[in-house]
Design a binder for this molecule. Structure first.
Ligand SMILES: *[C@@H]1O[C@H](CO)[C@@H](O)[C@H](O)[C@H]1NC(C)=O
Ligand SMILES: *[C@@H]1O[C@H](CO)[C@@H](O)[C@H](O)[C@H]1NC(C)=O
Ligand SMILES: *[C@@H]1O[C@H](CO)[C@@H](O)[C@H](O)[C@H]1NC(C)=O
Ligand SMILES: *[C@@H]1O[C@H](CO)[C@@H](O)[C@H](O)[C@H]1NC(C)=O
Ligand SMILES: *[C@@H]1O[C@H](CO)[C@@H](O)[C@H](O)[C@H]1NC(C)=O
Ligand SMILES: *[C@@H]1O[C@H](CO)[C@@H](O)[C@H](O)[C@H]1NC(C)=O
Length: 341
């Protein structure tokens, strides 16, 4: 007697934004998901690298220089992989901490930055769960980057937050912004967009969908804006950082005390520019988008995923394909970045 175990691979034809039966949807072949509520070792196999560099005030385009330091990127995970709510191991809001330091007496502001290892992201849906600092004088940024003229940003300036104003800056860096001295304000690719909540009070999901003809921005699944001029067309990577340079027209600051931005997850569903990966996808999914049954829909996040809130264990327990082995066949999965329970 013997048992036959048949593992049916799902999602062989990729991951879709919107159901494939909807009037508009997009399919992406690859994914990168990181559950920062359960990342215990930032040097482990998580798919991200902490950054370390110094730039002068002139290069930082502010009155202060910037120093990205490893100590400003800190893991503060939940103790149990079963929990999605509660305090982090170090106390306070759980997740990945990106610090901006309050002591800038040497003319440099300590900041935190982490970049995704994969540099082959060409179109996709990119999402972050995060809570911004309430301390004025910093810029928190979630962005896709190729170079100074191909960049997609969602940026949060803590000096702009107050009881009645909670904006996010939506930015595409383009040849026009380069010509304006790296200032996208005043180009069609800049919007200071109000949010219906306070980014510094709870975690929320921020998202941009980058397609060949437009970029659409969202917050907690609610559409904010589309941009369609100078859309990037070449591969790049994802970055998360939190910084200040004293520029009174942008980050303002530096902050009076240490300020933290906390990230609960990043999820990216994207097409790979790597020929090897494209061949592998075409072999696994020979009928392409005609075999829509093998496309898995990415769930929309329509409530704030807030591990610090009352229903945190429910709202912050968001969906990860990487917690299901049969849904990530052929994908690069970073084991230490995913709480597979
Ligand atoms: C998903 O559907 C919404 C609502 O119809 C639409 O606005 C959006 O553009 C669609 N997204 C994609 C990637 O097709
Ligand atoms: C991503 O690649 C797949 C496979 O080549 C293709 O079917 C799909 O249309 C691409 N998606 C976008 C948004 O370009
Ligand atoms: C973190 O991961 C690195 C790389 O795998 C390993 O060398 C190190 O021992 C780990 N640290 C801890 C505390 O587990
Ligand atoms: C959160 O929910 C999981 C089940 O999804 C449960 O195992 C865990 O004990 C819960 N944690 C808290 C803090 O309620
Ligand atoms: C950015 O990358 C694009 C595509 O490779 C290229 O055409 C453009 O010249 C680059 N811009 C800069 C400032 O290097
Ligand atoms: C909040 O900020 C907005 C925009 O900077 C400003 O117009 C408004 O006066 C501020 N409100 C309060 C209560 O400080």
């Amino acid at each position: 007697m013997y048992d036959m175990i048949v593992v049916v691979a799902k999602c062989a034809c990729g991951y879709s934004v919107n159901a494939t039966s909807a009037s508009a949807f997009s399919v992406f072949t690859d994914l990168l998901e990181t559950d920062f509520l359960h990342v215990y070792n930032l040097s482990g196999d998580i798919g991200w690298q902490r950054q370390e560099y110094n730039v002068t005030p002139q290069v930082a385009r502010g009155t202060y220089g910037k120093k990205a330091e490893l100590r400003n990127v800190v893991a503060n995970p939940l103790n149990s992989s079963y929990d999605y709510a509660g305090s982090g191991a170090l106390g306070g809001d759980p997740g990945l901490q990106l610090w901006v330091r309050g002591d800038s007496s040497d003319g440099m502001v300590g900041m935190g930055e982490i970049v995704a290892i994969r540099t082959d992201m060409l179109y996709g849906s990119f999402r972050v769960g995060m809570k911004m600092t309430a301390i004025p004088g910093t810029c928190g940024a979630f962005f896709w980057f190729r170079n100074d003229t191909q960049e997609i940003d969602m940026e949060f300036l803590s000096a702009q937050f107050n009881a009645t104003s909670n904006p996010v800056s939506l930015v595409l860096q383009s040849p026009a912004s380069e010509a304006a001295g790296y200032n996208a304000q005043g180009t069609p690719n800049f919007q200071l967009h109000p949010l219906p909540f306070s980014p510094d009070k709870e975690y929320h999901e921020y998202r941009f969908d980058w397609l060949a003809d437009r970029v659409s921005f969202y917050a907690d699944g609610q559409w904010l804006a589309d941009m369609s001029a100078s859309i990037p067309n070449s591969p790049g990577h994802l970055v998360l950082n939190h910084w200040s340079n004293g520029d009174k027209y942008w980050s303002a600051g530096p902050p009076q005390s240490d300020a933290v931005l906390t990230v609960s997850y990043v999820k990216a569903y994207f097409n790979s520019s790597t020929p090897a990966r494209q061949l592998q996808y075409n072999a696994a999914c020979p009928a392409g988008q005609n075999s829509l049954a093998q496309v898995c829909q990415v769930p929309d996040q329509s409530v704030a995923p807030n591990p610090a809130g009352r229903d945190g264990n429910t709202t912050a327990h968001t969906y990860f394909f990487t917690q299901h082995k049969d849904m990530t066949v052929n994908q690069t999965v970073y084991a230490a970045g995913t709480a597979a329970v």
